[in-house]
Design a protein around this ligand. Structure first.
Ligand code: GLY
Length: 339
């Protein structure tokens, strides 16, 4: 299945089982590729990816980084730049991001900035990356002061989505991606919501992946540079990012977004009970111990703040969500309403 993403630099998301072994199709013969991955993915998939590239006449150079959110750092970004220099990658060459959201964001930012931008091929290995972060061109690293504070828009040349890679995922990481898939469903697709609510983690991959990518395509094409309606994709993320940060990133992104989504649903949504039930069916949390004032304080350090106002995504019903600017001093009350 192929989904075209007609943004300023158009590309395609290919979704098919076994696609990893065809990775060579996405990189020109006679060029080089830095294959960026992390220590948990490397033993499972790195050799396969490099073999597919070499079979197509590509010089594949592996770069294996530590796993986890801490890797989206200035230090690991510098490590990648030195690898790119050592490997002698030119503007004809490619960075391949083989991993989840952390690797996609970091390798993407290195690709966006090395020589002022070289080709990037996203090969998402987690559900979260397949349904959200590999599509749309957002790349970033974190600072100690906050998540995704340094970044660039850099659309990939292709997204190679192989659903079989989900077989290698630990259940908690699969559930993490389910939170982003359910968020997409609440925003845009009531049928997808019903499918996820009924099937839980036993969802049909060739239904859920294309539907999520199609929703993401529409959101990104309507507002490529995130100045307006693309911000709908932040549903659940204001509280979610705060929970992630307050937990010292021990609560993973998707799990934190699940709690953020539940808070916003209980505060505003007439379908809150259905959303909460679907999150529970997917094995996701819906509550946090952090008090609303601390959540609000952490959320206000987030880049979504604009002066004394912050833009929230309000879920009125499944398939009916809107952006609303609210004064920052109302945030703790809003969170409290949803706790
Ligand atoms: N993950 C949200 C976005 O791409 O805008």
């Amino acid at each position: 299945m192929k989904i075209d993403i007609p943004v300023s630099q158009p590309y395609r998301v290919d979704i098919a089982p076994g696609l990893l072994d065809d990775l060579g199709r996405y990189v020109s013969s006679g060029t080089a590729a830095l294959v960026v991955t992390e220590e948990h993915v490397a033993p499972l998939l790195l050799e396969r990816a490099c073999r597919a590239l070499r079979a197509a006449g590509v010089r594949a150079v592996p770069a294996v980084l530590p796993a986890g959110e801490e890797t989206k750092s200035l230090v690991q970004y510098a490590t990648l730049l030195h690898k790119l220099a050592e490997a002698g990658l030119t503007r004809a060459d490619t960075v391949v991001a083989l991993g989840g959201g952390v690797i996609g964001d970091l390798a993407g930012f290195a690709a966006a900035t090395w020589l002022r931008g070289i080709r990037l091929v996203q090969v998402p290995t987690t559900l979260l990356a397949m349904v959200d972060s590999s599509v749309g061109g957002k790349t970033a690293i974190d600072l100690p002061e906050g998540k995704n504070l340094v970044g660039a828009f850099h659309q990939p040349a292709a997204v190679v989505c192989d659903p079989q890679l989900l077989d290698t995922l630990p259940p908690a990481i699969l559930r993490d991606g389910c939170a982003e898939a359910l968020k997409t469903a609440v925003l845009f697709d009531p049928d997808l919501f019903s499918h996820l609510a009924a099937r839980g983690t036993d969802f049909d991959r060739m239904t859920v992946l294309p539907r999520c990518v199609a929703c993401k395509r529409d959101a990104v094409c309507a507002d490529e540079f995130d100045r307006g309606t693309r911000q709908l994709l932040n549903l659940g993320h204001t509280a979610g990012h705060a929970i992630e940060a307050l937990s010292g990133y021990r609560i993973a992104h998707g799990h934190a977004v699940a709690i953020g989504l539940a808070i916003m649903a209980r505060a505003f949504c007439r379908d809150a009970a259905e959303i909460e039930a679907a999150l529970i069916k997917l094995g996701l949390p819906t509550r946090t111990e952090f008090p609303p004032e601390r959540l609000a304080q952490a959320a206000l350090a987030d880049k979504k703040r604009a002066g004394e106002r912050i833009t929230l995504v309000i879920p009125r019903a499944i398939g009916d969500c809107v952006l609303r600017e609210v004064p920052v001093d109302t945030l703790a009350d809003i969170f409290e309403r949803g706790m």
